[in-house]
Design a protein around this ligand. Structure first.
Ligand code: NAD
Length: 391
């Protein structure tokens, strides 16, 4: 037992500790946004199930689409000095939610890129479920060690060709700051490494491994998440090193589909997650987008419900010309983009909090660590040593 008061300690968008009770409430709030329904049983493997889009897909799947199966995440346990990572606490609560909903769902804490994880999870699937109907690949990682070569690759957030200077949002601990960040161009090696981390190789390896063991059920389909976004962020995102990796991921889907698999990428909209907040300019863009769209900015839960509706065949796939499932149409309407463009151009330090929803953005950032969540007593002592849910 290790109870203590947990306060936010950190700099900018990064906090060193997470609040267990806040993370519990975040999971409950996500679940409350899903209408529970008893559906036929389907088996899903969600890779990246503890945060952002993967968490939303897991919760929507558990509550509304009757999924059993396995979730994989890579999270840190508490130490003598630090709390566990937020994804650890969220996973513990998601497991409780799954049990309450009568679902058979196991969470594995391991590196999805490792072959040992694939073997462990495939054994579990073979033993417990006999096969899967859906695979959701929602990993966002800064690095990957390829177990077959032992080499470690680092993902880069760089432009292609020339440096690019963007407006960006920062936080000095008291006030939001409008800053300028210059992003360097990627070398060929940076690009190759980013593709190794965030491209389609590992997703394809999971599918091949499942296929080799005969664990893909009739009607199986799979989705890996991708992003396109606005012209405003394209020099850094879509036309940058990370966009090169996303193009590789999308190409992987096309190759898998050619082999007869029902494999897609889904283009999700901008959301505040740990992964996205690390990208220069994205925080400002997302704050402006929220100011423009308000409640019509679709949450990860809403997009996940939309995704499951399509994966389970309740609605036809909403595909674009490149065979990608589009969950981001609300983000890229000409009206929304034109308004965000104007706001982006006009943003200055003086008008920042009027043109951008910075308060909303920083609350969302703190919520990623379980802080600023309504209904949580942050002065109370809380148990920080929480066991990973038993399989
Ligand atoms: N956030 C956005 O705005 C946005 C928009 C569109 C698409 N996407 C895509 O959605 C996907 C998920 O991103 P996110 O923003 O939800 O990220 P996130 O940081 O919120 O979550 C990442 C997840 O990956 C897991 N993970 C990281 N490394 C792992 C590893 N080695 N093994 C197992 N699990 C690991 C983490 O535990 C976590 O569950 C990415 O492909 C991202 O590009 C994000």
């Amino acid at each position: 037992m290790s109870e203590r008061v947990v306060k936010p300690v950190g700099r900018g968008f990064l906090f060193l500790d997470s609040h267990p009770a806040g993370c519990v409430q975040v999971v409950r709030d996500l679940a409350a946004a899903v209408e529970p329904r008893t559906a036929e049983r389907r088996v899903a493997l969600v890779i990246g199930s503890s945060a952002g889009y993967g968490l939303a897909t897991t919760i929507a799947g558990l509550a509304q689409f009757g999924i059993d199966g396995v979730g994989i995440a890579f999270e840190k346990d508490a130490t003598a000095r630090r709390t566990a990572s937020a994804g650890w606490y969220r996973t513990a609560e998601t497991a409780r939610l799954a049990a309450e909903l009568g679902r058979d769902f196991t969470f594995v804490n391991a590196d999805a890129f490792a072959d040992t994880t694939k073997t462990e999870v495939l054994d579990l699937i073979a033993e417990r479920f006999g096969g899967i109907d859906h695979l959701i690949y929602s990993v966002a990682a800064p690095r990957r060690t390829d177990p077959r070569t032992g080499e470690t690759y680092q993902s880069a957030l760089k432009t292609i060709g020339a440096p690019y200077t963007t407006k960006s949002l920062a936080y000095d601990g008291t006030e939001p700051q409008l800053t300028e960040v210059t992003v360097d161009p990627a070398t060929d090696d940076d690009l190759a490494q980013t593709v190794k981390v965030m491209g389609g190789e590992d997703w394809a390896r999971w599918i091949t491994a499942l296929q080799d063991r005969g664990l893909l059920n009739e009607g199986f389909n799979t989705v890996a998440l991708t992003y396109i976004g606005s012209d405003i962020t394209s020099a850094i995102y879509r036309q940058g090193s990370i966009g090169t990796a996303k193009a590789d991921l999308e190409q992987t889907a096309l190759t898998l589909a050619k082999d007869g698999l029902s494999a897609y990428t889904s283009v999700n909209g901008a959301a505040v997650t740990q992964a996205s907040s690390a990208i220069p300019g994205i925080g400002l863009y997302t704050s402006l987008l929220h100011k423009t769209l308000g409640d019509t900015m679709q949450t990860p839960i809403e997009q996940s419900i939309n995704l499951w509706t399509q994966l389970t065949g309740a609605a036809p796939y909403d595909l674009d010309d490149d065979n990608r499932i589009r969950l981001d149409r609300w983000e890229l309407t000409p009206e929304a983009q034109s308004e965000v463009h104007t706001a982006w151009q006009s943003a200055t330090q003086e008008n920042l909090t009027q043109v951008a929803d910075t308060t909303w953005f920083f609350t969302e950032i703190r919520k990623l660590y379980g802080f600023d969540v309504e209904g949580v007593d942050y002065d109370a002592e809380v148990e920080v040593e929480v066991p990973w849910p038993a399989g």
